[in-house]
Ligand binder design. Structure first.
Ligand code: PRP
Length: 178
């Protein structure tokens, strides 16, 4: 697996340091509000578990799953709901957690879907943002790292479902997906 990685883009140390900062920021912004953190499966898993543990306030959490990528490296443009949240989010403060904001199609869909349930507030926290790739207007309130347009895997992000278990964010060698 490691031989397929061209280079490490964000090390484990940098990930954890930035997540600690984001956790402090979220804890300050949501103190006394008992937000519901909603993770967008599956890519968010590593970020989600580290992020909620870095945010020492009363909170709840839930998940939804959508898919837009199929098995390729570019978005098909179609977002499908695979699993809905189980919480009643009406009147609640919602923070969507995502691993990557790329074309924006996924978060555009998820944001509109959750807003239709009338939460008290809704913000987006993404570990990675690739602003160059945006196809629809979506804005993240909290961003871990803004990254260049390279195919990244690891720390939850996959290529054909593999590489999610790498503890860092790495750039995949082009020969793997070409
Ligand atoms: C990936 C990633 C984001 C989405 C971002 O999910 O986890 O949810 O793509 O891309 P976008 O901004 O272009 O929509 P994917 O559909 O690959 O599913 P996964 O989370 O299960 O890997």
């Amino acid at each position: 697996m490691l031989q397929d990685i061209d280079h490490v883009l964000i090390s484990e140390e940098r990930l954890h340091a930035r997540i600690a900062e984001l956790g402090e920021q979220l804890a300050a912004d949501y103190a006394g509000k008992t937000p519901i953190f909603i993770g967008v499966l599956k890519g968010v898993v590593m970020f989600f578990t580290d992020m909620v543990r870095a945010t020492p306030i009363r909170c709840e959490y839930d998940f939804l799953a959508v898919s837009s990528y199929g098995s390729g490296t570019t978005s098909s443009g179609t977002v499908r709901m695979l699993k809905d949240v189980s919480s009643d989010i009406t009147g609640r403060h919602i923070v969507i957690l995502e691993d990557i904001l790329d074309s924006g199609l996924t978060l555009h869909f998820v944001r509109n879907y959750l807003l239709s349930k009338n939460p008290a507030s809704l913000k987006i926290c993404t570990l990675l943002d690739k602003p160059e790739r945006r196809r629809v207007d979506v804005f993240a309130d909290y961003v871990g790292f803004s990254i260049p347009n390279e195919f990244v895997v690891g720390y939850g992000l996959d290529y054909k479902e593999e590489y999610r278990n790498l503890p860092f964010i790495g750039v995949l060698k082009p020969e793997i997906y070409n």
